[in-house]
Design a protein around this ligand. Structure first.
Ligand SMILES: Nc1ncnc2c1ncn2[C@@H]1O[C@H](COP(=O)(O)OP(=O)(O)OP(=O)(O)O)[C@@H](O)[C@H]1O
Ligand SMILES: [Mg+2]
Length: 1108
């Protein structure tokens, strides 16, 4: 829960000066000192924040602090700059009100720091995101760049802003920053050429020389030694706590983040270097014969280097330093410059160069940080402008600065009063007029169009004739003499004639913050801000992109004879614009105060603070604020804070807050004049009343604290007691539960045992019952089965008996009938009637047998072996006989179908069967092969035509046989021809007859019993054919050849029956020797053919493969 706090809690001194009691300058300063001593550097005057410069870093800007002040009401926490920043940011974001933060205070009071704190707070609390962060970073990083070029060490501040800055930060509707616009006001450019004692030139010069690399310096033609440059004061070149080299890197980095290009940075540095070089150009006088003084450049080296840097022709610049051309309508007059004029020109150029560079930087940064032209932007302006300055010697710059502060004071008064007034009207409170000092009269003295000091200065500057600072002062003395805030020795106002604190060449203005004495010297020159045209034209001719841009008036094509507007005029215009801008916005004030002149922490110089409090008009501020009502607060927080002071409102008030506050105030009996009830706020006239409330609240809080303590203690004890009680109940409950559980479990288990016994007994009883019933059922079934069985058997016996009786009756009846018939017909039959009946019966049976056989006859195929079964045993012989007869008959029928050729073939086959069946193993395989006889087709084949022609008779058999050579048992193919009378062996290739044997010469043929095709033809001894001996041949058609030989031999007229010898060993007569041919069973071989081998002279062994 968020804890509601108030500014009034733990206050050191008074956090809001409006509540200061009694209010006096002393108490005011004492309050500031008290708070300052306790590190409370911020104090409020209503909504205005007074900031004391602590001159040391305090741990009050941490991210935690940011979070603490984020989204909190302004008066909720102790005064802080973050509270103001948060209030401004939230009004901008939530109420769509443009804001401006006006930071004022004298030099070194902490304005710039305050502006940076505001910006960093806003950056921390506003939206996040890549794009938003980039914008934030660019806005924040614009500060180091501008500080480097626009800040310098002064006697009052080591980092004094020498220009005024107003930055508009633009936000979108969500409160995310979109970009910004920076306006700069009057840079103190005189510092470029001359610095008061103990002060420095702008930081950038020192930073460049200390921080740039050797290489960069070489390029810029610079030397690291400060003493080499006239424009750099030496007495305070090094500043405590300032690291120029590191700052240079920071600035370069910041420039990069802001979006400067490499070449832009380089150009800027070149211009800075050029200013340093310019300061080193010195002149010497040279008298001319016409008596006039001329100036010459002493040492041209620096001029040369500067011209090289800026790309300017040396002679052009040299001439511009020596002559001045004045153009008037049609005339052009050139005059020479004396030494002091030359120095004046040089310094004017340096100042212009630098101040224009600075303005360019601002424009360039604006280009980078400019917001996209989207929808309407909300704007928060932060104004960090130079503070009111009172020096020993005050010049034109101080006059301008103080004028600006007058204007700011005026707007402050206007806006504060207006705000106050508006609040009263808004709240419906009667407005009482407030007396305050209005500085409008001083502003009028300075800026009045006719009689204002600036107007008169401009008039003097533009007036023809001799114009000096004295003539200007004279003019002031005449015109402003009677103005109550203008003082001059020579004025018509006799009051000051004897005032010795007022020198003759000075005038004094009574500013709202005090009297300031201005020395008139330099006013005219500075207001003119003259740069000779020759110089601007020389600059324009430069071959350097940036410098050309900075001096557009040097363009000869755009020669403008009109004088440029004066510095005073320009400043007045820009201040006017600024004021108009600020008036459109909701102001938030930060008034910075410097505690001491020594830039030291912990020192609080009363007089210095008092002076600032006076000129900042802080007392007036408090008075204005208190003129009506010192304190105001919305009803809700007021009721919340003080409701404990009245019983009716404590602890809760249910009605509207305003009524609650009225009841509260009535209850407290505070006098009615002390309060006014606005629409949403209560207004407390006197701080005393507020402190009265606070005191009562404090006491009440103590009482409440005691009450809370009491209640808390009581509550604690009661809670403890209740806890113990509760614990005891819990413990006993648990114990009882446990005991009951145990008891219950015991009873339960006993019950279970009893139950189980009972159930067992019941179950057994039931089982017995069921078993008995089952047995009864079985007994009944068995009895019924036996009874049915008995019944059935009795029935069967009865039926069998019945059938036997029936059969017996039939037989008896048949016998009786037979007997009866025989007895009746015996007289009609002869004695042989029985035989006739027998024959008739047999005849009938035979008839039936044959007729049956007719229909069950087997097929006509001779190989069909089926035959119907015999019907009667007594027909056994007849049945077999009939079968044989039928078979013979069917064979005959089959044979009768044969042609003569087929018959011959079958006869041959029959003969082969007679010869070989069951004698030679080769025979069965030949049965299915038909005997073709002429395998060579000898009569048709032209190859054997010649051989055929030699044959006298028809060839019965022509085949190729192998003639076995007795020497090695190998075969030679021979054509084997058989005719009716002879057999012929001829060469297979040539067809030449090798041997022709008449069949009568052939006595026998020998073959083996095995499946080979070997056969020996034995010839009749002493016959002509037998000279060469017997033939041992082999043929694939052995069975056919032998059969044919046997048949032919049998039919030949003069031949004997050919002997066929079937044996596994036989003799063959070869020429002279008889050789035994022996057939043995060999292993089965591929090809299944027999092989013949000669074993010795008398033995040829034929190995016949076994047939599987
Ligand atoms: N809140 C702060 N905390 C710590 N130091 C501070 C604070 N404010 C200012 N200072 C110190 O005071 C110095 C001067 O502050 P700053 O530059 O803001 O003054 P200024 O009002 O801008 O002066 P000028 O008008 O010369 O620019 C800072 O450099 C810093 O050292
Ligand atoms: Mg500053």
């Amino acid at each position: 829960m968020e804890v509601k706090t108030s500014l009034l809690d733990n206050m050191i001194g008074v956090g809001d000066m409006v509540l200061l009691e009694p209010l006096s300058e002393d108490s005011f300063i004492e309050n500031l000192r008290n708070r300052f001593d306790h590190n409370e550097i911020y104090t409020y005057i209503g909504s205005v924040v007074i900031s004391m410069n602590p001159y040391r870093s305090l741990p009050i800007y941490t991210p935690d602090k940011v979070e603490e002040y984020r989204n909190r009401n302004f008066y909720e926490l102790s005064p802080h700059i973050y509270a103001l920043a948060d209030e401004a940011y939230r009004s901008l974001r939530d109420q769509d009100k443009d804001q401006c933060i006006l930071i004022t205070g004298e030099s070194g009071a902490g304005k710039t720091e305050a502006s940076k704190l505001v910006m960093s707070y806003v950056a921390a609390v506003c939206g996040k995101g890549q794009e938003v962060n980039k914008v934030k970073e660019q806005l924040l990083q614009s500060n180091p760049v501008l500080e480097a070029f626009g800040n310098a060490k002064t006697v009052r501040n080591d980092n004094s802003s020498r220009f005024g800055k107003y930055m508009d930060i633009e936000f979108d509707f969500k409160g995310d920053p979109l970009g910004g616009v920076i306006s700069n006001y009057l840079l103190e450019k005189s510092r470029v050429v001359k610095q008061p004692r103990g002060e420095r030139n702008f930081h950038v010069f020192y930073q460049l020389l200390s921080g740039a690399s050797d290489d960069t310096l070489k390029k810029l033609k610079l030397d690291r030694d400060f003493s080499k440059y006239n424009y750099l004061s030496l007495d305070s070149a090094a500043v405590n706590g300032l690291d120029d080299a590191a700052n240079f890197r920071t600035v370069k980095n910041a420039m990069q983040i802001v979006g400067f290009m490499e070449d832009e940075v380089q150009s800027v540095l070149e211009l800075v270097a050029a200013v340093l070089k310019l300061g080193n150009i010195e002149f010497k006088p040279e008298s001319r014969c016409n008596g006039s003084d001329e100036s010459r450049i002493k040492d041209k080296n620096d001029l040369k280097e500067m011209c090289e840097l800026l790309g300017i022709e040396q002679s052009v610049l040299e001439r511009a330093f020596s002559y001045r051309t004045v153009e008037a309508k049609l005339e052009k007059v050139s005059t020479t410059l004396n030494v002091s004029q030359a120095y004046y020109a040089r310094d004017a150029l340096a100042k212009n160069l630098y101040s224009r560079l600075f303005s360019w930087l601002v424009t360039r940064i604006n280009e980078s940080i400019k917001a996209q032209p989207k929808a309407r932007h909300k704007v928060m302006g932060v104004l960090d402008i130079y503070g009111f300055e009172i020096f020993e010697e005050n010049s034109f710059e101080q006059f301008i600065i103080n004028y600006c502060n007058e204007k700011l004071q005026q707007i402050f008064i206007e806006l504060t009063l207006r705000e106050e007034q508006e609040e009263y009207i808004r709240e419906g409170i009667e407005w009482t007029n407030i007396e305050y000092f209005n500085n409008a009269i001083i502003c009028d003295l300075i800026e009045n169009h006719q009689s204002g000091i600036l107007a008169m200065l401009d008039e003097e500057c533009l007036r023809p004739g001799t114009v000096t600072d004295e003539t200007f002062l004279d003019k002031l003395n005449t015109i402003c003499a009677l103005h109550q805030h203008f003082e001059s020795r020579l004025s018509k106002n006799s009051k000051y004639i004897t005032d010795h604190s007022l020198p003759h060449n000075c005038f004094r203005i009574q500013h709202y913050a005090g009297k300031v004495l201005y020395r008139a010297e330099g006013f005219v020159d500075k207001n003119n801000d003259l740069l000779y045209r020759d110089l601007s034209q020389a600059m324009y001719k430069a071959n350097h992109s940036l410098i050309k841009q900075l001096f557009p008036e040097g363009n000869p094509a755009k020669v403008n004879l009109k004088r440029p507007p004066t510095a005073g005029f320009q400043f007045k215009a820009s201040v006017g614009t600024l004021m108009r801008n600020l008036q459109t916005k909701n102001p938030n004030y930060i008034r910075c105060i410097k505690p001491n002149d020594k830039k030291a922490s912990h020192i609080f110089t009363d007089s210095l603070v008092c002076h600032q409090v006076r000129y900042l008009g802080l007392m007036e501020n408090v008075r204005v604020r208190r003129a009506g009502y010192a304190f105001r607060q919305a009803y809700e927080p007021c009721l919340e804070r003080y409701k404990m002071l009245c019983k009716r409102t404590w602890p809760h008030w249910r009605g509207p807050a305003r009524e609650g506050v009225e009841v509260l105030m009535a209850g407290l009996q505070v006098s009615a004049e002390e309060f006014s009830y606005g629409r949403s706020k209560i207004f407390i006239r006197n701080p005393r009343s507020l402190f009265f409330l606070e005191e009562r609240r404090r006491q009440c809080l103590q009482d409440l604290a005691a009450l809370i303590q009491k209640i808390y203690r009581g509550w604690k004890c009661r809670t403890h007691f209740l806890l113990l009680k509760k614990s005891q109940i819990v413990v006993s409950a648990w114990y009882r539960r446990y005991a009951q559980q145990k008891k219950y479990q015991k009873i339960k288990s006993a019950t279970t045992v009893v139950q189980s016994y009972t159930r067992g007994w019941q179950a057994r009883k039931l089982l017995r019952e069921l078993k008995y019933q089952k047995r009864c059922k079985e007994a009944v079934t068995t009895i019924a089965a036996f009874w049915h069985g008995t019944q059935a058997r009795m029935e069967l016996r009865r039926l069998k008996q019945e059938a036997r009786n029936k059969h017996a009756v039939t037989v008896i009846w048949a016998y009786w009938q037979g007997t009866k018939v025989r007895r009746d017909y015996r007289k009609f039959f002869r004695a042989n009637a029985g035989k006739k009946i027998y024959d008739f019966t047999i005849q009938r049976i035979m008839q039936k047998y044959f007729l049956g056989l007719k229909s069950t006859m087997p097929s006509m195929s001779p190989i069909d072996k089926s035959w119907p079964a015999r019907p009667y045993r007594f027909l056994d012989g007849v049945h077999t006989e009939l079968r044989t007869v039928f078979h013979h008959w069917r064979c005959k029928k089959y044979r009768s179908q044969f042609t003569e050729e087929k018959k011959a073939v079958y006869e041959e086959k029959l003969e082969a069967s007679e010869i070989f069946k069951d004698k030679k193993a080769l025979y069965p395989s030949s049965v299915s092969q038909p005997f073709r006889g002429d395998y060579l087709e000898i009569s048709k084949n032209p190859k054997y035509q010649k051989l055929n022609s030699t044959m006298e008779e028809k060839v019965l058999m022509a085949d190729v046989v192998n003639k076995i050579n007795r020497a090695n048992g190998k075969g030679t193919a021979r054509i084997f021809l058989l005719t009716k009378n002879s057999l012929v062996l001829a060469d297979q290739k040539t067809g030449q007859v090798k041997a022709s044997v008449p069949l009568p010469d052939l006595t026998s043929v020998s073959v083996s019993t095995q499946s080979d095709g070997f056969f020996a033809l034995k010839l009749k001894e002493g016959s002509a054919s037998a000279i060469k001996g017997d033939f041992l041949l082999s043929s694939e058609h052995l069975i056919e050849i032998i059969t044919k030989l046997h048949r032919t031999g049998a039919t030949a007229a003069d031949s004997e029956q050919l002997n066929i010898n079937i044996s596994d060993e036989f003799l063959v007569q070869f020429k002279h020797d008889k050789v035994c041919v022996k057939f043995i069973q060999g292993a089965p071989k591929n090809g299944n053919s027999a092989s013949c081998k000669r074993k010795n002279n008398r033995l040829l062994e034929v190995s016949v493969p076994t047939t599987a």
